[in-house]
Ligand binder design. Structure first.
Ligand code: AP5
Ligand code: MG
Length: 217
């Protein structure tokens, strides 16, 4: 399956993607995680992305689209993928359509995670991620690691993301409403959008998502 996951910052995209990708045997491709890996490795791409991310703005399309397409071209994504955080504006969605068309494939669904803003703020405020791999996500209350400050998966140090400060979160939410939400209408015209509530326990949301995707195709 080829799936796009969409939802506001802190909705639980990364958390759900980990389970959905496993259940569906497709790779989880997060442009945010790709940027963070580049930043921690000190690459040129990471240096370009960092200032935009720290300010809560989108990294320019010229950088982002190429990076996402390179990742999707890897062999593990040949038969499907779960995109998390890409596309994030209509021009990225159009670029993705062009790339998929060139490969003669199509998206199966756009899974839209709906969460009220006060819940998103609580989720982000308590989030801790792994220094070694930012796709390993925890929460000080809702998803505690077995040992405080240590990643259950790989033993890495847990820390608070630089862009999770109150001001930057406000900016990221504004960017989501103005630039990312329009892709939901874009995909609605293609009949691809499945909206679910992302409230409740992590495994309840995963079950809801699997059910919605099953009903889809
Ligand atoms: P990105 O990393 O994609 O961040 P985001 O979209 O803001 O989303 P988050 O990762 O903050 O939230 P999430 O929905 O993944 O939630 P999570 O699962 O962690 O992007 C970061 C930046 O990179 C952007 O601002 C931009 O600068 C740049 N960028 C990335 N892609 C780009 C693109 N395509 N174009 C341009 N720029 C781009 O969950 C949050 C917390 O809640 C966790 O602590 C988790 O444990 C907890 N939680 C999850 N589910 C539940 C639940 N059901 N109940 C209770 N707690 C829960
Ligand atoms: Mg994420």
């Amino acid at each position: 399956m080829r799936i796009v996951l969409v939802g506001p910052p802190g909705a639980g995209k990364g958390t759900q993607a980990a389970f959905l990708a496993k259940n569906l045997s497709i790779p989880h491709i997060s442009t945010g995680d790709l940027f963070r890996a580049n930043i921690s490795q000190g690459t040129e791409l990471g240096k370009q992305a960092k200032a935009y991310m720290d300010a809560g703005n989108l990294v320019p399309d010229e950088v982002t689209i190429g990076m996402a397409k390179d990742r999707m071209a890897k062999p593990d994504a040949e038969n499907g993928f779960l995109l998390d955080g890409f596309p994030r504006n209509v021009s990225q969605a159009e670029a993705l359509d062009v790339a998929l068309k060139a490969d003669d494939v199509k998206l199966d669904a756009v899974l839209d995670l709906e969460v009220p803003e006060d819940e998103v703020v609580k989720r982000i405020a308590g989030r801790r991620i792994c220094r070694k791999d930012s796709s390993h996500v925890f929460h000080v209350t809702y998803s505690q690691p077995k040992q405080e400050g240590v990643c259950d998966v790989c033993g890495g140090e847990l820390y608070q993301r630089e862009d999770d400060s109150e001001d930057t979160v406000r900016k990221r939410l504004e960017v989501y409403h103005t630039q990312t939400e329009p892709i939901i209408d874009y995909y609605r015209t293609q009949g691809l959008v499945v909206t679910i509530s992302a409230l409740g326990k992590v495994d309840e949301v995963t079950a809801r998502a699997m059910e919605a995707l099953k009903g889809d195709k």
